[in-house]
Write a protein that binds this ligand. Structure first.
Ligand code: SDX
Length: 431
């Protein structure tokens, strides 16, 4: 049977071209336009990449219409209920779930990489006390390549693996140190006898003058939140990591670029923006007013935590997080947190409104997360750093997948030029 093709014809010149069609295991087919410019002298045009597949990948699959999210084929609902973040990080990187020996070995490797070079701790003193944690995270993670250049030969699979382990292991230590710096409290060193989420919570909240016991409810909630944020296909920050990595930049610099992209309020910065929005809305009596503002094209106000480029249905992560929200708040004793009440009413009103229904705007992963983080004592300006800790597993899995691909080339998009035609340089007296 002949290979499927897609015909393209140019009405002005009458020429036509057959482009190969490539089918994936799941999801839409793709039209390979790689030869279009060479054979036809035109570019495709898709700012925002709404209809563009940038690469092959086997890591995560999303069906936006059905609200499906699979990590290496496993439904997010099952992983959130049964797995751990460390096991999910292994799955994303290596492609399959580990057996007990593999899990124990991987967990031990990660645990033994959690400390950061002591010199790095002095790095924080260079930041103003009220520096945003994401500003510190971008800087400190980028600087890791100044400390760990012993294994940054990206063409050596062993070096790629060591860098991946180091990044996953050190992100919680670095993020917690950002928080401690902003509080003016001493940094807390990781403890090798604690789980990944428990270690993070202790590094965030322990102080030298008393013992700190990790609350198992908070530990499990943290683990589930890390699982839910671990990867999400070719989102803006993952695409940033891939594009940075395509030039051969070292993995620490690439992850730092991903952190920078995640910080934006349209992306990972939305969780912080949701809490600020809920504080601005204030109480249920204001909901109608703010929903009207969100619909008003002349008003910059958006319902943060709502809408998604891919999901035109419920973000499956939001459904799980809303459940976790209830359980955590109940068990931690703030079951009737007015913020959760307000968020749920806001969701209810929006989902009854034609504007949101017509545009298929549903709560996304960021809508409820901030309420849980707040209940766990995490300050608003740390919310996106939490996202970055978890997404490091996905970012580095994509970076490894891309670098290991023998067909990998530098990413170099083109443009539609709308600037001035060629013109000569005028002397200043003639301008
Ligand atoms: C994440 O890509 C990923 O996978 C990201 C992520 C991941 O895990 O990596 O899932 C994490 O980033 C989740 C998204 C977090 N961002 C927010 O919650 C910010 C609020 N949402 C939006 O800004 C927006 O919905 C985006 C950025 C998420 C998606 O933007 P799109 O796909 O470019 O959609 P759009 O801006 O073109 O909106 C389509 C329409 C527009 O109205 P019309 O011009 O058609 O009349 O919907 C409207 C928009 O004005 N709209 C909203 C809205 N989101 C879209 N109107 C009010 N409030 C909103 N939140």
């Amino acid at each position: 049977m002949s290979k499927p093709t897609f015909s393209l014809s140019d009405s002005s010149s009458g020429r036509s071209i057959e482009l190969p069609v490539r089918d994936g295991v799941l999801g839409p087919s793709t039209i390979d336009v790689g030869t279009l410019y060479r054979d036809f002298g035109v570019f495709t045009y898709d700012p925002g990449f709404t209809s563009t597949a940038s690469c092959d990948s086997s890591i995560t699959f999303i069906d936006g219409d059905k609200g499906v999210l699979l990590y290496r084929g496993y439904p997010i609902e099952q992983l959130a209920a049964k797995s751990s973040f460390i096991e999910v990080a292994y799955l994303l990187i290596y492609g399959n779930l580990p057996n007990q020996t593999e899990l124990d070995e991987f967990s031990a490797i990660i645990t033994n990489h959690t400390m950061i070079n002591e010199t790095l701790n002095s790095f924080y003193r260079g930041f103003h006390h009220d520096a945003h944690p994401m500003a510190m995270l971008v800087g400190v993670v980028g600087s890791l390549s100044a400390f760990y250049h012993d294994h940054t030969d990206i063409n050596d699979p062993k070096d790629r693996e060591i860098s991946a382990h180091r990044l996953i292991a050190k992100m919680p230590t670095i993020a917690a140190a950002c928080y401690k710096h902003s509080k003016g409290e001493p940094y807390v060193y990781p403890q090798n006898n604690l789980s990944y989420p428990a270690n993070f919570l202790r590094m965030m909240f322990a102080v030298p003058c008393e013992d700190y016991e990790v609350d198992p409810i908070a530990e499990r909630a943290m683990d589930v939140l890390f699982i839910l944020h671990a990867d999400h296909e070719q989102n803006a920050s993952t695409s940033t990591v891939r594009l940075a990595g395509s030039s051969g930049a070292n993995p620490f610099a690439c992850i730092s670029a991903g952190i920078a992209s995640l910080w934006g309020p349209a992306h990972g910065g939305a969780n912080e923006a949701v809490l600020k929005m809920l504080e601005e809305v204030g109480d249920v009596g204001q909901i109608e007013k703010y929903v009207a503002k969100a619909k008003d094209k002349d008003d910059p106000f958006r319902l943060m935590g709502f809408g998604h480029r891919v999901y035109k249905n419920y973000d499956p992560r939001a459904t799980i997080i809303r459940e976790v929200c209830h359980n955590v708040l109940e068990k931690l004793g703030n079951g009737n947190d007015p913020t959760l009440e307000l968020a749920m009413r806001l969701e209810e009103v929006a989902l009854r409104d034609e504007y949101f229904v017509e545009r298929k705007l549903y709560p996304n992963v960021d809508f409820y997360t901030g309420i849980i983080y707040k209940a766990l004592g995490i300050p608003t300006n740390m919310f996106t750093a939490m996202f970055a800790i978890a997404r490091t597993a996905g970012w580095i899995a994509h970076w490894m997948e891309m670098i290991a691909d023998p067909a990998q080339r530098i990413g170099r998009p083109r443009q539609l030029y709308l600037g001035p035609e060629k013109r000569d340089y005028p002397g200043i007296t003639t301008r």
